[in-house]
Write a protein that binds this ligand. Structure first.
Ligand code: SIN
Length: 291
């Protein structure tokens, strides 16, 4: 552990499931100031942990999912993952699997009004809070407060059209985007739709942040495609930090251990074998308003 990591341990809980800082590879795009990609700083257990949290736990009520009571049973709306795995009829299971497209956390984004409604608020998951604060601290945003999350689920063949994320009142704070599973082509343009976008691959474990000028730029995911590598199954190449010293109280240790069990991991592996998950974290209000 170096001095920076020692200092951060005093200040923050360092989440488990991450490689040590000196192994991170961080890239900026010349013509997109404020856009930064950290290429997979996660260990394989770390990747599995966030995949399992996004599938099993984050969609649980009272968090909000795109599945509505008109088309799905109330059990499915409140616990989609459990219902998917109880389902033995292949075509119904396929419909359940591919219908889940998003879950919102913390301050819930209202897709109709395109605003955050202060009345629509549930607890922001403490582990994701801690993870995002850690990345923010490392990247020079020590006052960052994660307040809203959107988990996007992309079965292969789905996409996300061009948009800007301007509904947050705080545009100074960065937006964090964690990718897991299959590979996405990510397009990032400028403030208007007239400019040519740049394209990059987002692979499993990659962390993208948008701050400063890039924070309000148009972006899109035109394609999700089968990955060549599965770092969530890559036991050998990544050193694991399993020492008690690095344990962070905000994480679900039971789940962190369970995801290395082949039987437990099997349903998650089946899902992620042909899907991508994106966890998107934002600060909605200014830090002063939150004190
Ligand atoms: C988003 O812009 O909301 C999601 C981007 C992604 O899936 O990488």
């Amino acid at each position: 552990m170096n001095i920076t990591e020692l200092h951060m341990r005093e200040y923050l809980n360092i989440p488990i499931g991450l490689r040590p800082l000196h192994m991170w590879r961080c890239y900026m795009l010349k013509n997109h100031p404020g856009l930064l990609v950290i290429r997979n700083p996660f260990t394989f257990t770390g990747q599995r942990y966030w995949i399992a949290r996004s599938l099993r736990d984050y969609p649980l009520a009272p968090n909000i999912v795109n599945l509505d009571a008109k088309h799905f049973s109330s059990n499915t709306v409140s616990d989609w993952w459990r219902e998917l795995h109880k389902c033995t009829e292949k075509s119904i299971a396929h419909r359940l699997k591919t219908s889940m497209r998003w879950t919102t956390l913390g301050y819930h984004y209202n897709w109709d009004t395109k605003a955050y409604d202060e009345a629509m608020h549930t607890l922001f998951p403490i582990d994701l809070f801690s993870l995002s604060q850690y990345f923010a601290y490392v990247l020079g945003f020590p006052n960052y407060i994660p307040q809203a999350g959107i988990i996007n689920y992309y079965p292969i063949g789905t996409c996300l059209s061009g948009h800007t994320d301007h509904s947050e009142l705080n545009h100074e704070a960065p937006l964090f985007s964690y990718s897991f599973g299959q590979t996405a082509i990510f397009l990032i343009g400028q403030n208007t739709q007239e400019e040519q976008p740049s394209a990059l691959f987002l692979r499993s474990g990659d962390v993208l942040t948008m701050s400063r000028e890039s924070r309000l730029c148009y972006h899109a995911v035109p394609r999700v495609m089968k990955t060549q590598k599965e770092p969530w199954n890559d036991f050998l190449t990544i050193p694991q930090w399993k020492s008690k010293e690095f344990f962070n109280n905000s994480m679900n240790f039971e789940l962190y251990d369970q995801v290395t069990d082949t039987c437990f991991w099997m349903p998650f592996n089946r899902y992620i074998a042909d899907s991508r998950i994106n966890i998107n974290v934002r600060q909605v209000f200014s830090s002063d308003d939150c004190l």
